[in-house]
Ligand binder design. Structure first.
Ligand SMILES: [Zn+2]
Length: 469
């Protein structure tokens, strides 16, 4: 029974997503093996400033890079890592994530290279070359790469999202990525892994916040939209190009189908990617929940073939006359269609802005939630625009709340919990709440340790595991 030596040190470091939301990238290593989890960008920054702190780590030592899902804060710096650093490892993601990654990042290259203050991080060619080298995994199928074993589990959240169980020389680490536990219209909710990990790396987006029940949120959303239309207003719902947008579209489609008086009012899904990405959604119906698969089978029409929602490739084709509902990207109103419409519709008090996603610190979506009386114009930075439209926040972001996260952490049963993907104060509150929940276990062999490291601050834990050949 020797005590652990330096070779038994497990180490964790966040190059991004440590005490913040954005640019997720975490590195775990044990017994000379290294795994990188996610490679995102920060949505409040652009160019090199949006990257994780890649210079702080020797990326040539990374054996395997696992991507949890296609959201930009988890995947958008991957082409940079693969084409512009000394990274030489293998990269894995699920099939739907890879299919969507291709279109989404193509759009990201265009948007981020569009005359902004900084050069794009990579080109279309980089994206194409990286795409060729990405390998795919099936849910529940264990892969092994140079002694590292890993398995993907359903995470809910968005199509293709995965949580990973990673096993290095007998040590088990479970990474949630972004996850949700609530039943939704189209996705399987997150699964509790069948084996108990030694270490859990969990998101902490909502900290100790508790969500209003789903049915109440849906009612609030549809009521607000209905009353806005009745007074002749326009509804703007900024969304990330796809993912949660599809869940909102399913809600709107259902509401329009049961309210004939609304059927003359147009609902738009404005995204240059809509057509390509909807094809991916239609293709991967078999990876969604039983409910949507039943609907797909019974009516033999695809639930993602909408009757009341029309796709809008650009605003040139949009006649802005009378009330309408516009679901438009990007979700945090940084630029693009959603920002242009916000500026156009802000002065009219009949209009409504409905924020349904999580708004990252430093973005327009976050700023506008403070109900400012005027907002800066993007095209003309020296002028401001009066803001009279109403602003509501109704979350469909599909992250766990405190009750769900805390119950999940219990069920997973790890003795070490590393918190990531949360603003510092939010994460600090979650840490305190979890510590007080587990206070009676302190000093026993059931003790649960909670860590909330900042970026580039290493967490080292000694583990003595049986030698695995
Ligand atoms: Zn996400």
């Amino acid at each position: 029974n020797e005590s652990p030596g330096p070779e038994d040190q497990f180490s964790f470091v966040a190059l991004g997503g440590g005490s913040e939301v954005g640019r997720s990238c975490h590195i775990i290593s044990y017994k000379g093996k290294t795994v990188m989890l996610d490679a995102g960008v920060h949505p409040a920054h652009s160019g090199m400033a949006s990257l994780p702190f890649y210079d702080e780590y020797d990326l040539s030592t990374v054996d395997v890079l696992l991507i949890s899902h296609f959201h930009l804060d988890h995947a958008a710096s991957l082409p940079y890592v693969m084409q512009h650093t000394n990274f030489r490892g293998r990269v894995f993601m699920t099939h739907p994530t890879k299919a969507i990654y291709r279109w989404l990042l193509g759009d990201f290259v265009k948007v981020s290279g569009g005359g902004g203050d900084s050069a794009p991080l990579y080109t279309d060619e980089d994206l194409f070359d990286s795409f060729e080298r990405i390998e795919t995994v099936d849910y529940h199928a264990t892969m092994e790469v140079s002694g590292i074993r890993f398995t993907a589990y359903h995470a809910g959240h968005v199509l293709g999202a995965a949580m990973y169980m990673v096993e290095i020389a007998g040590l088990k680490v479970f990474f949630t990525g972004d996850y949700s536990r609530e039943a939704d219209r189209h996705l399987n909710s997150a699964e509790i892994p069948p084996i108990r990990p030694d270490i859990l790396i969990s998101e902490s987006t909502y900290g100790t916040g508790v969500h209003e029940p789903r049915t109440e949120r849906e009612t609030r959303l549809t009521k607000l939209i209905h009353s806005t239309i009745e007074k002749g207003g326009r509804c703007l719902l900024p969304v990330f190009a796809l993912g949660r947008a599809q869940e909102l579209l399913l809600i709107l489609e259902e509401y329009w189908a049961t309210h004939p008086e609304l059927q003359t009012v147009k609902v738009y899904y404005a995204s240059a990617l809509a057509r390509k990405c909807m094809a991916v959604f239609r293709t991967y119906v078999n990876m969604m929940n039983d409910d949507i698969r039943r609907r797909f089978r019974d009516s033999s029409t695809n639930p993602f073939e909408f009757r009341y929602i029309r796709q809008l490739r650009s605003l040139d084709k949009f006649d802005d006359l009378g009330p309408c509902v516009m679901v438009a990207a990007p979700g945090m109103l940084q630029n693009g269609v959603s920002r242009e419409l916000l500026e156009r519709w802000a002065p009219d008090s009949r209009n409504a802005l409905i924020i349904t996603g999580y708004s990252v610190e430093g973005t327009m979506a976050k700023k506008i939630l403070t109900q400012p009386t005027e907002i800066p114009s993007m095209t003309n930075p020296d002028t401001t625009i009066p803001r009279r439209l109403s602003i509501a926040e109704i979350s469909f972001a599909a992250h766990v709340d405190f009750n769900e996260n805390s119950a999940f952490i219990d069920a997973v049963g790890a003795r070490h919990v590393i918190l990531v993907h949360g603003e510092a104060t939010t994460m600090g509150r979650l840490k305190s709440a979890l510590l007080s929940k587990y206070t009676s276990r302190k000093g026993t062999d059931q003790e649960v340790k909670i860590y909330n490291p900042k970026n580039c601050v290493e967490v080292e834990l000694p583990f003595k595991t049986a030698k695995v050949a």
